[in-house]
Design a binder for this molecule. Structure first.
Ligand code: RTP
Ligand code: MG
Length: 142
């Protein structure tokens, strides 16, 4: 059994539609434990740094504008194979391609306004957790 941590964001489109609770419910029902969480309104600099891997992409400017358009919830999740299992729970980036019952299939509005983020590898998860949380902000859960 490999207990792993992953990093998640409830994006501005979902916070605006009062979907924080619904999405947290999906996360908890799927067996993940939330070990840290906070609400933030990302600055342009924070969003650009967070999505630095996409800075050469044509959609980078629009992505940063979207991610700074309103508050987000950032959280650290713990669970077995958390990185991979949470990506499965989210569904594909484009809600039109996302499997039935996934968070994006049920709540995302479009390829860009797709309600949630999840780290795509254990290395990304470690970088993203450290980007938003100090080690002493993570709580031990049993
Ligand atoms: P994320 O990083 O947010 O969890 O999403 P992802 O891994 O499924 O997708 P990624 O390729 O990393 O894209 C990051 C976010 O950029 C927006 N996007 N817009 N063509 C477009 O306009 C486009 N493609 C991607 C989405 O918000 C996507 O989640
Ligand atoms: Mg990604």
């Amino acid at each position: 059994m490999t207990i792993q941590r992953t990093f998640s964001i409830v994006k501005p489109d979902a916070v605006k539609r009062n979907l924080i609770g619904a999405i947290y419910n999906r996360i908890e029902k799927a067996g993940f434990k939330i070990v840290a969480a906070k609400m933030l309104h990302l600055t342009e600099e924070q969003a650009q740094g967070f999505y630095a891997e996409h800075q050469e992409k044509p959609f980078f400017g629009e992505l940063v504008a979207f991610m700074t358009s309103g508050p987000v919830m950032v959280q650290v999740l713990e669970g077995e194979q958390a990185v991979e299992r949470y990506r499965e729970l989210m569904g594909k980036t484009n809600p039109e391609d996302a499997a039935c019952g996934t968070i994006r299939a049920d709540y995302a509005l479009s390829l860009r306004h797709n309600s949630i983020h999840g780290a795509d590898s254990p290395e990304s998860a470690a970088r993203e957790i450290a980007y938003f949380f100090a080690e002493d902000e993570l709580c031990a859960r049993d």
